[in-house]
Every structure is written in structure tokens, then in C-alpha cells.
Design a binder for this molecule. Structure first.
Ligand code: HEC
Ligand code: HEC
Length: 459
């Protein structure tokens, strides 16, 4: 007998729909019948959850298209190689550490110029980058990237990157759409990778992004191993005719290939296995998909509607240049200019979310249960936000903007109140979205990279 059946029995006895249970005065019950009834109840709950999930389009996740081995190997090398950063001191994977669920366990990331990794990473001037580093899981299924969606496909399916437009010749290289384009951007950012001084990339004016990409290709071309790797990844093409989109595309392909995870308990449940979720997780799923309204935004196989909403998250960290002193982050309004989109951020996908704390665009909430609980009376929660949950250097960065944020809060949250037990159950349900294979990503780290620079990896 599983513990789920035991829990179920109590519920059934309470509803008295089975003879010989709660109203039994003789004390003679039939344990066999009770177990059967519990199973029936669980099966009914499971059926209901499946139906609700289908209604929200939360079906099983498609695997990514196969990625050719040579391209993936090139992408892996580039993603771990600090040669892509101005001062050769940081790689993509410094912020998206495999051992930390492809993030860095920080509220907001710590970029170039710093030393150490994860919670031990320190910048000499205490600098942070603008936002929380999101995980790299299942991004083949997320057409719209970054917290404010500035890497996206337009109505005609063309990849758009408004901050730094691509040439048609670069777009032609992108086999994995927005994911191929994304990797071209961290190298442009001074705080993330390029640096403010001390190297030929930092000396380039911000407006000349094509020149930065050209100089990076020049750097890579000085390493014979990279020339060979690029030419094997793109058969029939000469390195000298390639551009940085070829590098971005390789990293995008590698990310799509190695970080796709769709064998969670939830997936096994969707495939028909009622025992894959615990009774508590099933109740959490029912709330998530129904009364708690979560699935009204966290819909589809990735648990994201690919839209933008303001869910009343406090603003902490250095911000993104908005507001009177530049310390605010207007979110989606940065892209659309529409004041109604102020403080709206992309609904993040939720698979493996258990592994990727802190949460939200600025990591303002540091653990999963607190994030779920935040949705209950979120106005009160925002007004009473406690910055002492943050690391010391960020505690003083909380902006006093709660009332502004509440002006554009999503109307679905206005009356939402969740009982503590429901918060517990939803949190348990979210843990059923973890693919056990995502807990150990050691094998994605290469032993060396072509530049010979050291690889950032946690012990
Ligand atoms: C300094 C830390 C840092 C480095 C280095 C870094 N990233 Fe990120 N990454 C971030 C942050 C922060 C964001 C969110 C950006 C935003 O929303 O404005 C992000 C976003 C992303 C996303 C989008 C994820 C999503 O769900 O939308 C991908 C993919 C990604 N990074 C891949 C890379 C690659 C590839 C590189 C190297 C070329 C890289 N990152 C380097 C911190 C970093
Ligand atoms: C109105 C749309 C909406 C609803 C309803 C909603 N969410 Fe969210 N969710 C979002 C957005 C948008 C964010 C990111 C907010 C930010 O960064 O400022 C988010 C973030 C999250 C995160 C953090 C993920 C990460 O990677 O940082 C979790 C976990 C989460 N939501 C779970 C839930 C649960 C559980 C519910 C139901 C109780 C729910 N959401 C209801 C839109 C929504």
C-alpha cells in the first residue's frame, strides 16, 4: 500500500460514500474495500488533472530536432571558452553553470571582472548585471527569449533582435531560430562579457555591434583548432567567409541538444502512469490548473504562454537603466513603449524550476515555496517584501516602487488567495516537473577548450 492510498482513505471516509467506513459503529471495517476506494478516488483525480492539463495545452514536450555532432561540439567549446569575453575572464557557462541547473544561484548575475563561481562569485566593485540568469532548459520550445522578449520571431517568422539588428546573411545561418541568435548578444554586453576597457572589443563603440562580432571572429580565427571545428560544423564553407552568427548558431544548437529534458514524473503521468505523481502532487496539479489560475499564464508544454505579465515582483539589483536614477527595469515596456506593459515580464517556463532558484527577472524571491506563496494576496506581499532574504550587497537596492508596480499588475491576481496547504501542494507539484537527469549535468562540461583558457566549473 502506498502512502498515497493511506491519505486517500481519510478523504473517502470523510465523505461517507463507501459503506463500512466513517459511519461504522461496530468498528469492523474492510481494509480491502478502503484501498480499492482510495484507488478509485485517486484515479478520478488523475483523470481530472489530465483533462485540465489538456485544456491548457500542457501536453508532452516535443524533442528538439537532431543537431549534427560537429556543430554541437563547436557550440559546446564556444559556450565554455572565455576567449569570447573581452578580457578572457568569463564564458557563457560561468553564469549558466551545469552544476547549478544552468544558472548561477544568484538573484542577479555577476559578470566580467569578477572571480569565483556561483554563490562564491565576487566582483571587486560589487557590480551585478541587470537581471537574473535564466536556465537553459528546453529552450528549443521557447520561441521568445530573455525576460522582456527582445529576441523573438516577427509575424512572418523572421528572427528579430531590435537592440542590434542582424544582417540577412546572418539570419540565413540561424538553424535554431531565436536560440541561435541569442548567443550573439552576451558578447556585446559590457557588464556580461565585453568589459569596459583593456581589450580590443571593449574599445569598440556600443553602436558598432557588427564590428565587435567581426573582431571576435578574428580572435577565433587565430586559433587553428577553431578554424577546423567551424569548417567541420559547416561542411563546404570556409572559415574566412563565416560570421559570428555561425558561432551563435553552434551554441544554440548545442543548448537545444543537451538541455532538452522531458522525462519528469509529470511527463510519465501525462504518458498514462497514474503512479508517477504523489497524491499531494496531484492535488497541487489540480489547483495549479484550476482555482489557483497558474495555468492561465503557465500554459503549453513548457508551462509558458510566451506572453508578458506583471505579477507584482519587487525590483532589486542594479536595474536596466529605467526610472529617474536608472535603477528600475520596465520589463516589456522597454520593447513596446506601452505604459500598460511596464513591469511585465515573460512568463518563464517551469520545467526543472526546482533546480533554478532564486526566481523572477531579478531573483527577488529566493525559494520556490515563497514564490508560490507570493501569488496569494500579492499586493500585500509586494508591499511587505523583505529584502533580508537577499545576499547582503543587494539588500539596499530595493526600489520603493510597490504602488507603481501594482498599477499594472495582472488582473488575475487581484483576488487570488491561496491556503497554506494549497501553496504546499502546488510547490510539491512543481517538483514533479524535474527530470532526474537534469540534476547531474557533469557530462556536458568539456575537458578543455581550443583557446587553452581554464574552464569554469564547480567541483
Ligand atoms: C554575466 C552572466 C551571463 C553570461 C556570461 C551569459 N549569460 Fe546568458 N543570460 C544571462 C542573463 C542575466 C540573461 C537574461 C537576460 C535578459 O533577460 O535581459 C541571460 C539569458 C540567456 C538566454 C535566454 C534564456 C531565456 O529563457 O530566454 C540564453 C539562451 C543564454 N543566456 C545563453 C547564453 C550564452 C550562449 C552565453 C554566451 C555567449 C551567455 N548566455 C552568457 C546571464 C549571462
Ligand atoms: C498573470 C500570469 C501568471 C500567473 C496567473 C501565474 N504566473 Fe507564475 N510567472 C508569471 C510571470 C510573468 C513570471 C515572471 C515574473 C517576473 O520575473 O517579474 C512568473 C514566474 C513564476 C515562477 C518563477 C520561475 C523562474 O524561473 O524564475 C514560478 C515558480 C511561477 N511563476 C509559478 C506560478 C504558480 C505556481 C502560479 C499559480 C499560483 C503562477 N505562477 C501564476 C506569470 C504568471
Amino acid at each position: 500500500m502506498t502512502s498515497r492510498n493511506l491519505v486517500g482513505i481519510a478523504g473517502i471516509c470523510a465523505t461517507l460514500w463507501l459503506a463500512g467506513c466513517g459511519d461504522d459503529t461496530t468498528g469492523m471495517t474492510d481494509p480491502h474495500l478502503e484501498i480499492q476506494a482510495a484507488t478509485v478516488e485517486t484515479a478520478a483525480l488523475a483523470a481530472e488533472v489530465r483533462q485540465l492539463a489538456a485544456g491548457s495545452g500542457i501536453n508532452s514536450l516535443q524533442r528538439p530536432a537532431p543537431v549534427r555532432r560537429e556543430l554541437s561540439l563547436l557550440g559546446q567549446a564556444l559556450a565554455f571558452d572565455k576567449v569570447l569575453s573581452g578580457n578572457r575572464d568569463i564564458s557563457c557557462m560561468t553564469c549558466h553553470l551545469p552544476k547549478l541547473g544552468t544558472t548561477d544561484a544568484r538573484s542577479v548575475a555577476v559578470g566580467q571582472g569578477a572571480t569565483g563561481l556561483g554563490t562564491g562569485r565576487v566582483h571587486p566593485q560589487g557590480k551585478f548585471v541587470h537581471r537574473n540568469a535564466p536556465p537553459l532548459f528546453n529552450l528549443h520550445a521557447m520561441p521568445l527569449l530573455t525576460w522582456d522578449g527582445r529576441v523573438f520571431r516577427d509575424g512572418k517568422g523572421v528572427v528579430r533582435t531590435p537592440g542590434a539588428p542582424l544582417l540577412a546573411s546572418q539570419r540565413a545561418v540561424l538553424e535554431f531560430g531565436t536560440l541561435s541568435a541569442l548567443g550573439m548578444f552576451p558578447v556585446l554586453s559590457r557588464s556580461e562579457m565585453r568589459g569596459d576597457a583593456g581589450n580590443e572589443l571593449a574599445a569598440i563603440p556600443d553602436s558598432l555591434h557588427q564590428r565587435t562580432w567581426k573582431f571576435l571572429m578574428r580572435r577565433l580565427g587565430l586559433i587553428p583548432e577553431y578554424r577546423t571545428m567551424f569548417e567541420s560544423a559547416y561542411p563546404g564553407q570556409s572559415f574566412d567567409n563565416m560570421n559570428f552568427a555561425h558561432a551563435g548558431n553552434a551554441m544554440g544548437g548545442w543548448i537545444a541538444a543537451v538541455f532538452a529534458f522531458s522525462n519528469s514524473p509529470w511527463d510519465r503521468f501525462l504518458a498514462g502512469n497514474d503512479d508517477a505523481l504523489t497524491e499531494v502532487q496531484l492535488r497541487g496539479a489540480k489547483a495549479f490548473l484550476g482555482t489557483a489560475k497558474c495555468a492561465q499564464c503557465h500554459s503549453g508544454p513548457s508551462f509558458s504562454d510566451g506572453k508578458f505579465h506583471n505579477v507584482a515582483v519587487a525590483q532589486v539589483g542594479p536595474g536596466f537603466g529605467n526610472g529617474s536614477d536608472g535603477r528600475d527595469d520596465f520589463g516589456r515596456m522597454r520593447q513596446t513603449g506601452n505604459p500598460a506593459h511596464r513591469y511585465a515580464f515573460r512568463t518563464p517556463p517551469l520545467r526543472n524550476v526546482e533546480l533554478t532558484a532564486p526566481y523572477g527577472h531579478d531573483g527577488a524571491i529566493v525559494d520556490l515555496r515563497s514564490w508560490v506563496d507570493h501569488y496569494s494576496q500579492s499586493a500585500t506581499k509586494l508591499r511587505a517584501y523583505d529584502p533580508t532574504q537577499l545576499e547582503p550587497l543587494l539588500q539596499g537596492t530595493l526600489l520603493p516602487t510597490a504602488e507603481d508596480i501594482l498599477l499594472t499588475r495582472d488582473s488575475r491576481l487581484r483576488t487570488l488567495v491561496l491556503q497554506p496547504q494549497t501553496v504546499d501542494e502546488i510547490t510539491e507539484f512543481l517538483k514533479s516537473l524535474t527530470d532526474p537527469a537534469a540534476r547531474d549535468l557533469r557530462t556536458v562540461v568539456p575537458v578543455r577548450v581550443p583557446s587553452g583558457l581554464p574552464i569554469d566549473d564547480l567541483p
